[in-house]
Write a new protein. Structure first.
Length: 286
């Protein structure tokens, strides 16, 4: 499943890798249930929210770029918390656009939690290998180092089969600070969810867009600075990062595309008459 937004001269395809179930209390962190429940939507029998898994595909500077790779299909990994691959599958979405995995030139991971980099690799003859065999995989150096040396809190989401085959293949490129991928695509450090978390800024024809990674999981978190996830390793940093990004997005009238908001996850932030921030979904072009 895929749809497209137009950003200047770029067609930005949003591809679904299905949906992902996550504990509602963890998504809303320290926010009391009586406050978050009106914004959560239906919960399943295990009190879990349904979150989207939205990846982006675009062509820029002659390069075919994939941003984020969902949960993947490896047994015993994040797919166990997600819809069946037959109900939402990144590779099927690419195929629907006429794109083969070997045609991808660049893969950008905003961070390396298991629901964001699962299709980085696939099992071939019993061994995990890079799915996008000809791509350069771009990851923030701080994030990579944290993923290879996880602590008690993070080891359940930093999974070696998603990571080591990329390094061993020689396809890994670690980046530091603000990094220009093409004239229209920039990786921007946005710490908080993890120390090495990043967003991806798109700029074309005087228009800007931001792929937010795991800056938020629910739209209300864009509107309320203090509402951050329990998964944010650095919550106070996350608040500052989010506030700065949202304020700039309002000033620039940027299109925000959010990984976990309902497919396709695009919208804009504005201020209402009282000065409060407001999220408004934007329909795709196709």
């Amino acid at each position: 499943m895929s749809v497209s937004y137009r950003l200047g001269s770029i067609d930005v395809a949003v591809i679904s890798d299905g949906v992902y179930s996550q504990d509602a209390g963890a998504v809303f962190g320290l926010v009391p249930r009586v406050m978050w429940e009106p914004f959560a939507g239906p919960l399943d029998e295990r009190h879990r929210l349904t979150l989207a898994l939205n990846s982006l595909l675009l062509r820029s500077g002659g390069r075919l770029i994939l941003i984020e790779t969902g949960v993947g299909d490896k047994p015993g990994t994040a797919r166990r918390q997600a819809s069946a691959a037959s109900e939402g599958n990144l590779l099927d979405g690419l195929a629907g656009l006429g794109v083969r995995p070997e045609e991808i030139d660049v893969v950008i991971n905003t961070h390396l939690h298991a629901d964001h980099c699962g299709w980085n690799t696939r099992i071939v003859d019993g061994v995990p290998q890079p799915t996008f065999a000809n791509a350069e995989y771009l990851v923030m150096r701080d994030e990579w180092e944290a993923a290879l040396d996880p602590d008690e809190r993070t080891r359940a989401t930093y999974l070696e089969p998603n990571l080591k085959p990329i390094e061993e293949s020689g396809r890994l490129r670690l980046v530091e600070g603000e990094t220009r991928v093409t004239a229209e695509v920039t990786i921007l450090p946005c710490p908080g969810h993890s120390a090495g978390h990043a967003t991806v800024v798109l700029s074309s024809g005087g228009e800007t867009g931001v792929y937010t990674g795991d800056l938020v999981q629910m739209a209300v978190q864009l509107e309320r600075t203090a509402w951050v996830s329990a998964f944010d390793i650095l919550p106070l940093v996350s608040m500052r990062t989010k506030k700065a990004l949202v304020e700039k997005a309002i000033d620039d009238q940027s299109l925000l595309i959010c990984c976990h908001l309902p497919f396709p996850g695009g919208g804009r932030m504005t201020r209402n008459a009282e000065g409060y921030r407001k999220w408004t979904p934007v329909a795709p072009e196709s």
